[in-house]
Each structure stands twice: as C-alpha cells, then as structure tokens.
Design a binder for this molecule. Sequence first.
Ligand SMILES: Nc1ncnc2c1ncn2[C@@H]1O[C@H](COP(=O)(O)OP(=O)(O)O)[C@@H](O)[C@H]1O
Ligand SMILES: [Mg+2]
Length: 305
Amino acid sequence: MLEAAIDTVGLRKEFARNVAVADLSLRVGRGEVFGFLGPNGAGKTTSLKLMLGLVEPTAGGGTVLGAPLGERDIRARIGFLPEHFRFHDCLTAAELLDLHGRLLGVRAPALKLRRNALLARVGLEEAADRTLKTYSKGMLQRVGLAQALLGNPDLVFLDEPTSGLDPLGRVLVREIIEELRAGGATVFLNSHLLGEVEATCDRVAFVKHGRVVHELLLAEMQSGLDVEIRVADADTALLNGLSEFGSDARLDGGLVRLRVAHERSLPAIARWLASRGTDLYELKCRKKTLEEWFIEVMGEDQGPG
Ligand SMILES: Nc1ncnc2c1ncn2[C@@H]1O[C@H](COP(=O)(O)OP(=O)(O)O)[C@@H](O)[C@H]1O
Ligand SMILES: [Mg+2]
C-alpha cells in the first residue's frame, strides 16, 4: 500500500466502564479518501479524536503523517471539522478564520487572501462580516469547513460534515473533497450518509462496537456482482465448480449464489455449465449498494441509532 497517512495499532478508549473504541487497527494511505462508517455510538468520533491526539488512548497507539499520535508539531498540517462544533459566536466569520489562522502561524497578508478565498469557496463571501450568532446551522458548518482547510492541510478529518447542510451544501462538501484529493491530501470522513460516502470515498471501513468489522474498496464493490443461478439439480459438485468463478458460493434452496469480481465471469459461468451438460434456467446478477453492505455487515443486532 501507499505510505501511511494514518497508522494505528490496537487503539482502545474506555470512558469509565463504557468501551467507546475497543481495538482499532487501521491504515490509511497518503492521498486516500477514506470513509469510516458505523451506526451512532459505534465509536467513530472517539476514534477520530484519538487520531487527532485530543483524547488519550487507554491502550494502543499509532502515527499520523509519520509522527506519534498527539505530537503538537504535526497539528498545523491537519485540518479538523468537529461533529459538534462550538465557535465564538460574538466573532464574524472573517474574525474567526483570522483567529484560527494566527493560531496556525499564518501571517497577514497571506492570511487575509486565504481567508477570503475560503469564505468565497464555501459561499459565505456576503456573510463574512456578520457575527456567527446570526448564522444558521448550515452556515456554521460552512465556516467550520473553511476553518478546517485554512492551513492547507495534508490530512483532513471531517466528522459528519454534511449533517447540517442542505443538498447544495452537500454538493459543496463533495466538491471540496474532490479538490483535496486532486491536491494530494488525505481525507478521513466520518459519516452515516452512505450515498455521500459512495460518491466520494476510495475505501471504507465499517465500525461496530468500537471495532472495524469489514473494509471495502469501493472500486471493487462497484465492479463486483452478486450472482444467482438456477439449474435443474444443484449439488455439491456443481457448487465446488462454481466456486472457482467467485467467492462466497453457497446453496440457497434450489439456487446457487456467489459473488464475482467482474461481469466477465458471467459468460464464463454459462459456458462452463453448458460444457458439463447442466441445464441453466436462470442467471441473474445485481450490484450490491453500500447501503446493502452496511446492513449485511452490521447485522440485525443493530437497532436504530
Ligand atoms: N467524553 C465521553 N465520556 C463518556 N462517554 C463517551 C464520551 N465520548 C463518547 N462516549 C461514549 O462512547 C461511545 C462512542 O461514542 P462516539 O465515539 O461519539 O460514537 P459515534 O461517533 O460513532 O456516534 C458512546 O457510547 C458514547 O456515549
Ligand atoms: Mg460521532
């Protein structure tokens, strides 16, 4: 894999007797757009804060951008949009960004240029000199996004970045993630909006009870197919033969189900069945959406979050 932007081994966080993160071992390559998916309470925000060094691990450790977790010098290269942000609401958006810029060590006039460009990018040019207490939730989220990008970060953590945004705001976030990708930055996205993750991420991890239970490359997900085959008499020999074409081959009633990596396998399967004299009655295939993966991976023990 690529050089790691994030590499954690056995990260664990307990709050009193509550285990928020059980055992997180994760590697995110430089330049990757990585989605971290899980129901509410799965430990996504705590995991992100552990990586940012904002929460001390109970056990385990790791690196971000090659430095041990929590190292201060590296923080200027990391952008962060918190899930539950609270900004100084007596400041205007321009003043808030100036404050964060100075904390980052960016000096005027470079800071003014960068702040104005970012406010325009997130659609707040007109509102730049209004105090934040007059802002809507969506506008605050846009300021938060500008703040996260202020230091031209190499690694950006976005925790539910679109929770307060309307559809236009969501498109904006998607475009900004694409711009970050084009600029070579690494993006770590916490989200439970699967459509959004599907549209932006290269790879996702599903997290459940503070543990990664599955990882998925989205390009593979998009080319892979679930296949359903109905033949006259499905037996073990047939199943064994079909398992050469894909994975997870199983008998389900009179049907054989399997997963293939590419649609090229479909004519190959049909030819193989014909060559062994098996009568084929039905060959169906479909793509599994990220939502279906999510439901399958999370299992049925997850109630609504
Ligand atoms: N500061 C805290 N003190 C006590 N419990 C916490 C704290 N932060 C998170 N938790 C608990 O840890 C678990 C995981 O929370 P969180 O990381 O916010 O999950 P997610 O972001 O996936 O919704 C939850 O049970 C939550 O109540
Ligand atoms: Mg959260």
